[in-house]
Write a protein that binds this ligand. Structure first.
Ligand code: FE2
Length: 390
């Protein structure tokens, strides 16, 4: 059997009602907390008030930082860290989707490590442990509650640019996964975030750094997303569907924490930073084309994925089974309302070339992609995905 290592230092609470653990768990880590969240939804849904009252019950002094925008900037994280240092905060409670969770991690980094934050871009550059962090996702997609990654946008660059900080220090101390918090998500966010999780699981499963335990989690995650994402879009208050999706995104987060993402994420970043396509949707547009491109690297493994999706494939060869997966993936993405192309953005050839050259700089994601890629491949994948033509 293949040799592997597996690391997940996060204590996890999963289940309906587990949000009430936040006060008690925070109290074990310190007496002064900063809740980091987005600008509106946590308050509007009443989740923020529930967190505050749980903290109050344990007599924890609480500061709110409700300033995280979608695709948060380095500046937002710096502003948050100024508050946390000034107020001598001892614990960070991150509440929201991927954006507040990632911004909170960056605030926790800067609260104990020297500035500037930009010096930590890349892998394994964070020197000291962060402030202890409790992550409470309110979407089922990011997986950030169990990953060692932060994605921030450099908004000083024109056009804005996404940067990744990866370091084992970045795993949250505690993750509280309460599916009730995801019940009020609108269908479009449910779909986009669910497809982000699907992309994490498929990318991790495809990766050169894939390993037996992560594969097991990835297959389960993919299976659950195929089964429950359409249901959660159509019946948002179906708690079983919501629980299964939150569990699936958590599993997919564990997967990418071990394997990293491949070129889907690398290619998607600019579609988000320059054309405002939500992160998960950008991945959803690219995913089937990258999947198809990568098939020849390992037909038998991709055939396994087709079988996991319950397809009867008795008379097919492994190669045909693997190819059947592309069809299943495309039809699923249509069922969950992913666009079939990005024609309306009218992205020009020179833009595609610029994006592709940048992807070629992302050595880390290229290295783990199962099939070797050259610039022309990336251009071709972009062209197919953006036009939707086979
Ligand atoms: Fe993602």
């Amino acid at each position: 059997m293949q040799e592997f290592n597996f690391f997940l230092p996060t204590k996890v609470y999963f289940g309906k009602g587990t949000l009430k653990k936040v006060g008690e768990e925070t109290a074990k880590l310190g007496g002064k907390a900063m809740v980091v969240t987005g600008r509106t939804s946590a308050r509007k849904t009443g989740i923020l008030q529930r967190v505050e009252s749980s903290l109050k019950k344990e007599k924890i002094k609480t500061i709110l930082f409700e300033q995280v925008e979608p695709n948060p900037s380095f500046e937002t994280a710096k502003r948050g860290a100024e508050v946390s240092k000034r107020e001598k905060v001892e614990v960070i409670v991150a509440l929201g989707g991927g954006s507040p969770l990632d911004a909170a991690k960056a605030i926790a980094v800067l609260s104990t490590n020297s500035s500037p934050l930009e010096q930590y871009i890349g892998q394994d550059k964070v020197k000291k442990p962060l402030l202890p962090l409790i992550a409470i996702p309110t979407t089922a997609g990011t997986g950030s509650e169990v990953t060692k990654y932060i994605v921030l946008t450099d908004k000083k660059r024109i056009p804005p640019h996404k940067e990744v900080i990866g370091d084992a220090h970045l795993f949250p101390k505690i993750a509280i996964l309460d599916p009730e918090l995801t019940l009020s998500l609108p269908p479009s966010i449910t779909a986009d975030t669910g497809v982000d999780a699907l992309s994490h699981a498929i990318e991790g499963f495809s990766s050169n750094r894939a390993q037996p335990l992560a594969d097991l989690l990835a297959l389960k995650s993919i299976n659950l997303i195929f089964r429950y994402l359409p249901e959660a879009i159509n019946n948002p208050y179906n708690l079983e569907a919501r629980s299964s999706l939150l569990y699936a995104s958590f599993l997919a987060g564990i997967v990418i924490a071990q394997t990293g993402a491949i070129i889907v994420h690398a290619m998607g970043y600019r579609l988000t930073s320059e054309f405002g396509i939500p992160h998960g949707r950008a991945n959803g547009i690219l995913l089937p084309w990258v999947y198809e491109f990568n098939l020849s690297a390992n037909y038998s493994k991709f055939a396994l994925l087709t079988r996991e999706l319950g397809e009867k494939t008795e008379n097919l060869s492994e190669k045909e089974e693997a190819q059947r997966g592309v069809f299943l993936l495309k039809s699923f993405l249509q069922r969950v309302n992913m666009p079939r192309n990005l024609k309306e953005k009218n992205i020009k050839k020179d833009k595609i070339e610029e994006f592709a050259k940048e992807v070629m700089q992302n050595k880390r994601k290229l290295e783990v992609n199962p099939r070797k890629v050259i610039l022309e491949d990336i251009i071709e994948i972009y062209e197919k995905a953006l036009s939707g033509k086979e």
